[in-house]
Design a protein around this ligand. Sequence first.
Ligand SMILES: Nc1ncnc2c1ncn2[C@@H]1O[C@H](COP(=O)(O)OP(=O)(O)O)[C@@H](O)[C@H]1O
Ligand SMILES: [Mg+2]
Length: 335
Amino acid sequence: MDSQSNPAGRVDVAGIGVNAADRILLLPEFPHTGGKMEIREAQQQLGGQVATAIIACQSWGLRTRYAGKVGADAIGEAHAQAFQRAQVEAHLLRVPNCRSQSSVTLVDQRTGERTILWERDARLAIRAAELKRRWVSTARALLVDGHDAAAAACAAKWARQCGIPVVADVDSIYPGVKELLEVTDYLIAAEEFPCRFTGKRNIQEALQVIVRRFGCRLAGATMGARGALAFTGSRWLHSAAYKVKAVDTTGAGDIFHAAFVYGLLRGWPVERTLDFSNAAAALNCTAVGARGHIAGLKEIERFMANGPRCLRPPQGTKGRKRSKPASEPRGTQAR
Ligand SMILES: Nc1ncnc2c1ncn2[C@@H]1O[C@H](COP(=O)(O)OP(=O)(O)O)[C@@H](O)[C@H]1O
Ligand SMILES: [Mg+2]
């Protein structure tokens, strides 16, 4: 099951976290309670936060390693094959008599915005005891998500001890997430996380609290078509999203994180890394699926040079009002 093309070797990035299979349903609009709706198109695709990010990193020429759990089913096999094809060094822990994580993803075709309904057998949770220290210690960066926060924190501690930067993709308040943040260098959270986690109403205040409390080098959030906001402890950075015809936003955050890791490993200034991440994520939104359009480096660079930016949130995408920061970010700028 494992594709250990480089078992004892060094890699650029190790990713530990979730994989999934998405059944993506393209719908003319979001369904109403009690209504009926024809599915315009259905697709089955592989996804999962860290699994997808690692596939993207590998496609950009990084040497990568992935560790995660799958069931003993066709989905688990499909993941193994996808990693093998991509030449990712994959350590797939297979749980007998168990189904792999899967989701049904509803895409509103008017905006491309997706809504995920997911299921995950409790036995798919990764335990710290199942991880090998060398998976982390022989990498130049570690990417984790928050789903199995205790295992992620264990891996992140190993990374810390080796001076390896830890990037965390956290979208919800999972048990043990505090312990993970204590050993996280770069937190790029989902938009709702910072306020929910800190109890603050304003995302800027929330990110400040996180940086002060946990000593992260950077804490930020992705905000869909409003791009990304980040705080380094001394500087605010806002990178506007790139304007695309969004067909399906599934996996946007995964590709953003992959690109962030890429920029980090290239030693780019954080402004450039955030622009690159927004561009890669936007391009991925132009096709269906979490891995729908992982653009090549040249295409991303071209798009960064010429692609229009969204200075205002388009109607209908994450239309929730947020409190306005002290000075509203416009375009890409360090503040
Ligand atoms: N409709 C969109 N148009 C352009 N870029 C988008 C769009 N939706 C998402 N993105 C890009 O993807 C990134 C991650 O998207 P977001 O929705 O915040 O994460 P998630 O995938 O976790 O829901 C954003 O910061 C932005 O760069
Ligand atoms: Mg989104």
